[in-house]
Write a protein that binds this ligand. Sequence first.
Ligand code: KG4
Ligand code: ZN
Length: 333
Amino acid sequence: MLTLGIETSCDETSVAVVADGKWILSNIILSQVEHKKFGGVVPEIASRAHLKTIVPIYRQALQEASITLDDIDIVAATMGPGLVGALLVGLTFAKGLAFASEKPFVAVNHIEGHLAANLLKHHDLAARHLTLIISGGHTMLVEVKTFGEYELLGQTKDDAAGEAFDKVAKLLDLGYPGGAQLDKLAQQGNPDYVRFPRAIMKDQGYQFSFSGLKTAVALHIKKLTPEQLDRHRADIAASFQEAVAEVLVTKTLKAAQERNISDVTLSGGVAANSRIRQLLQERLKQAGKRLLYPPNELCTDNAAMIAAAGYYRFEKEGASEFIVNAVPYLRLE
Ligand code: KG4
Ligand code: ZN
């Protein structure tokens, strides 16, 4: 079964072809560079850029997979969460293709897509597992009972993990989005340079909070002269990253132990972070548990993960109605 996946929820235009929800035949990703000079994603610019590129990217995805539309069995697209105008481009394009070619259309939850990125890579992942979804828009600890059945254990009360990375990266003049650059810079820094606050919030279970940490970094930077900031940029990056990693890892390990879950996955853009991967790997290993995460190109937004999620959704409950609309604040459960 070949699934065509389409993703346009934010600033990546992506189209992919995936076989049986497991094998990637093509996964074309175009990251919009138009937003860089604004220091953040401008919704109207994102929608217009998707409109311009969706058809060529679609053609390229078919070409790279060496197939035509006739060979496709399912057409899947992200319906939310995301920017409504951006979502509508991919969703409407997918509906049009499916309707005209009389193929089933499947609307996909973007968060479930991130989760499904692991299914593309780890074919032996236990159906019941724990996943930490960390992206630009979300920070969620979720128990997956089986694909499609989720229990949300906790989420962020304020900033998402990726948002915190991007805001601190901005404070350190690393550009936007600066999460990956911050990760790279932190590798040359001292994580013990400043002990930034860790919002473990023992009384609040698996809830997260990152806005206090972001403010602590901002206040610290404010006290430095430009020379001091230049000298300690990598140290601040490493110290901030260490605080984020420690909070995420502490809560994830606790959930895995309390719920007796042996397979743990990371998903979402921040799952590419080297320190979070390393620390979680270490702690889970000590506890006799296994950590799995997607390769970097499947951590950030891409259509292969949407195709995979679409395939498993279709297996579970068949096609979606064509009247499905974009839902900017769509939830996972
Ligand atoms: O999943 P994603 O592509 O978009 C959303 O659905 O939100 O995640 C993008 C986020 C951005 O905040 C970006 O800075 C962050 O993932 N990111 C990283 C790394 N690579 C990407 N954050 C920390 N370390 C990284 N290596
Ligand atoms: Zn995403």
